[in-house]
Design a binder for this molecule. Sequence first.
Ligand code: PLP
Length: 357
Amino acid sequence: MKEQHLLRVIEPTEVTGAWVMREGEKLLSFSGNDYLGLSQDKTVLAAAEAALHEYGAGAGASRLVTGSHPLYATLEKQLAKMKGTEAACVFGSGYLANIGLIAAIAGKDDLILADRLVHACMIDGIKLSGARFQRFKHNDLKDLERLLKDYRKQYKECFILTETVFSMDGDLALLKKIQALAEKYNATTITDDAHGLGIIENEVKADIQMGTLSKAAGSYGGYVCASKAVIDYLKTTARTLMFSTALPPSVVGASVAALKMMAEDKNRAKKALFNAKIFTKAMGLPEAKSAIVPLIIGDAEIALAISRKLQNEKFLVSAIRPPTVPEGTARLRFTFSALHSDTQVKNLAKTLRDILA
Ligand SMILES: Cc1ncc(COP(=O)(O)O)c(C=O)c1O
């Protein structure tokens, strides 16, 4: 892999707010997913510290073995309220939530139809489930309906999987129409809200909503929000919940504080979105729909070269290459946070325009 320039390295990087230190250089990051800047917020840190001292550094065992820590009840209540569901269940990470959920809920007699761009952990969950799997073209409802017409009747249950905000494209799922199709064909919808939580409020809710606390919530852990029946079922069958140690109490404490802040203060979300829109306007791109803006370059080497040039100008913007994105669509992925100032975003756009000129 090294000979073919495919070996990836993980760079030592220190983060302070929107800034990172890498290779002795201070760079302004437009690459993280800490959209609201909560990972370093004083209230969130204080809550994590309090939980650490009160309850210890680690959980000690799986929640099914030693029970649910009291902070979980608060967090799961907050999540269910935010998502408008009867119940919620917190997992070790978003990745663990997706593979645990999908493998528990679908089996070989079932059909899963997933948007072509869903995240790797949904795909891994689908593979583990053993269900019949078909992808539909990205956000293409005609293609989804074609698959429903062709296959739905042959299977017991049908699940339609999509992301609310697509992680590498920043666009939004057409949830209202997907939900209508699901009702027409007696299917269950599952959304991955990893990049939507705290940023975009979905008026139409999927039947099962999963997500992560590692991005806008600035903490760690995954969750599934659904009916009480689904959540009770997961607590007995989701293997990534049953056979993995619970989150450290400090992490759960941080999430509780972060979700409270999200619910009380919408200004941070507005600022992150506003920053993304300043950037798309300055670059002449279609208006940002979320805090993620891709600039599709196509060729992986060129995308890497632009990322290096931006780094020379003290900006950290990762080049995203296949297999993370489809072949021929290597890109720069810009993410905007409430921590960025208007001037920083405008400077980024100006520098990028100069590089591309
Ligand atoms: C769309 C999507 N789903 C799930 C995950 C996994 O979440 P976590 O990082 O909490 O494992 C990620 C990101 O990492 C993601 O981008």
